[in-house]
Every structure is written in C-alpha cells, then in structure tokens.
Design a protein around this ligand. Structure first.
Ligand code: ASP
Length: 352
C-alpha cells in the first residue's frame, strides 16, 4: 500500500509535491547614525556612563542573527553621533539619502538607527520631507549595546520587521520602540532611563510588533511624506526655543531678535500661557518680523488658538498638539518654503 510520503517510481498514483519557490525576503536598507544603540560602556552594568555612537552598523547587525530570516539587509553608516548633537546638515544628508532609496527599485524599506534624545525631532522632520510610500522606520535603544539586557537588538529586529511589512507602506515615518509602532508626529521621549521610553501622548501608538507579527490599529490622518509641500534642502531658517517659567525675564527673546532669528517657539506654561514679561518681548519680536509660535512645556495635550493668549491680537501662532521641539521643525520647514505671517503659518500648523 502506498503511503502519502512514498516517492517510489513503482507507485504510479503518487503525486509529486508541488515545488513552492520561497518568496524572496524584502530588501531593507539600515542607515546608522549613532546613539546609545551603538554605544559601549566599560562594563555590562553601566547604563549611564557610556559613549554613544562608537559601534559601527556591522556590529549592530551581527548582534541580531534573526535578521536573516526577516529581510535581506544592506547597511550604511551615515553618521556616528550622540543624537544630543544632531544638527540640520545631517538631517539634510539623511533625508536626501532616504529619498534616493525611496526611488531605488532594489530597496523595499528603510530603517534608521538613532539616538533617543532627538529621535522625535528627526522622525518628524523625515515624516514631512521624505517622498515615497516605502516604510521608513526609526529605532533606538535606552541601554548601550554592551549592557546586560540591552534593548537595541530586539528594537532593531522589530524595526526591520516593521519596515519589511506591506502594512507599513504609506503610513508616513514610523518609530518602532519597545514593541510599539508610533507615528513620527505623535511620538515623544518621556523617560530618562526606562526601556519603555517613548509614548504618543493623547493619541497612543499606531500599533505593535511582536514575535515577527506587525499589527496596526489606526493610520495617521494628518498630511505627511508625499502629501506635504516640503522638500528637503540645505537652507534652515534660524528658529530657536525659549521657555516660560516663574520669574522669567525678556533677556533670551531680546538676544535672539538681536541675533536675527526668523522664528521663536515659546514653550509656554499650561495651555501655552506666557509670562507677561516674555509675552511683551515676543509681541515686540513680531513687530520686527519674527514668527512666534506658542507651544506648551507640559508634555501632553494641545495649545488652543486664542486660548491662554489672544493669538489674533498678538500676531502669534498656536502649535496645537506639537511639542515645542517638533513645532520648531515645522516652523523651520514652513519658513524655508516661503511661509510668512501668522495666517499662513497657522494653516501649516493646522495641516501638518
Ligand atoms: N544620548 C543618546 C543619544 O541620543 C541617548 C540614547 O540614544 O538613548 O544619542
């Protein structure tokens, strides 16, 4: 009697198993920029006295053998910086390289390894300036690669898994961190030490990634990537951030105006309220042609236009739900794109 597993030629009714060609794995470019994920300390219990960005991208990939089951990975070392030192020329380099990869038919998705300190700013900048629907996923780590229970390897595996997923196409720039998938616009760093260091206040994560499974629960509604008019360039209008607090003076605002800044974002108290002294300095700045955007130092919630200050009367713009540092990114891009005056700038903040 023939068994289903028999392959003998003397069994004429045996049906050869169809040969199923394995689908090629997605091709993912990993662009490394430095950060704690590439950091090393003198010993494994040291998670704060380490040097960020000292390990090359090859070291990061070698630590995750499971990557070979998820994607065909190619790696590039774009930079090796502690992201506290992130600078606009590097943003230009990174965004331009991603746009080249977006147009490269041999690449299906892009992962960027980054430091956690300014990850939310880089992610939002890319969200507004990358052109193309291929997934772009940022990841990072809170513990250096040398640490016990380093979080970088799993974060990297998860980021590549998200970038390799068809579900991630067209979702804008994503951040994969500690099993969650966040929208670049929403995500912020909320802990100085915890491995669960990123949250999307008010709105929550877009979804999650675990054990190779990627699941989205929602999609970003605000315009991003191809739907923005922003193009990455080499020109970065000077925009700075000032903070309002008890007993604040107008020294910082006056110095910035004297230095010729094009814009000031104020990290106000509460609903973007501003100490009267700084507010008068900002009104004077507006009269000199400086764009002023009201955000909040609180960390979650939004700033209502004409809420804690009369934006219409004072010539200010409300940052809405963007934190001060993301508001600075948008203000720089809007000014570089030729936006002037509170009406046009408010439209940008209401759109992106
Ligand atoms: N200072 C580091 C950086 O941002 C912190 C980190 O990556 O966690 O590069």
């Amino acid at each position: 009697m023939n068994t289903p597993t028999s392959s003998s030629p003397s069994t004429p009714d045996a049906v050869p198993a169809p040969s199923v060609a394995a689908l090629p794995l997605p091709r993912i470019a990993v662009l490394a920029t430095g950060g704690t994920i590439a950091g090393a300390a003198p010993d494994a219990t040291n998670t704060s006295g380490y040097q960020a960005g000292v390990l090359g991208v090859g070291h990061l990939l070698d630590a995750v053998p499971a990557l070979s089951g998820v994607a065909q990975v190619q790696a590039e070392q774009i930079a090796s910086v502690d992201s506290k030192d992130m600078a606009m020329p590097l943003w230009t380099t990174l965004a331009q390289r991603i746009n080249v990869l977006q147009a490269d038919p041999s690449i299906d998705g892009i992962v960027v390894t980054h430091g956690t300190d300014t990850l939310e700013e880089t992610a939002y900048l890319l969200h507004l300036t990358v052109k193309g629907a291929k997934p772009v996923v940022l990841t990072a780590a809170m513990r250096p690669a040398s640490a016990l229970s380093a979080d970088g390897p799993l974060n990297l595996l998860n980021a590549v898994t998200v970038a390799a997923s068809a579900a991630s196409r067209g979702q804008g720039v994503l951040v994969a961190f500690n099993n969650r998938i966040h929208c670049a616009r929403d995500v912020v760093k909320t802990s100085t030490y915890a491995v669960d260091a990123f949250q999307s206040p008010e709105v929550g994560a877009l979804g999650w990634v675990q054990d190779g499974r990627v699941e989205f629960q929602r999609s970003p509604l605000r315009a991003h990537t191809d739907a923005t008019g922003f193009v990455i360039g080499a020109s970065w209008p000077s925009v700075e951030v000032v903070v309002s607090y008890a007993g604040a003076s107008r020294v910082a605002v006056d110095a910035l105006v004297a230095a010729g800044v094009r814009g000031i974002v104020v990290a106000g108290t509460g609903n973007g309220s501003i100490h009267a002294t700084i507010q008068q300095a900002l009104v004077d700045a507006v009269s000199q042609g400086v764009a002023v955007v009201r955000a909040s130092r609180v960390g979650s919630g939004h700033v209502m236009r004409n809420g804690a200050a009369s934006d219409d009367a004072l010539g200010f713009v409300s940052a809405g739900s963007l934190n001060p540092y993301k508001a600075r990114v948008l203000l720089m891009l809007a000014l570089a794109a030729g936006g002037t005056g509170p009406v046009a700038l408010q439209k940008a903040f209401d759109t992106y």
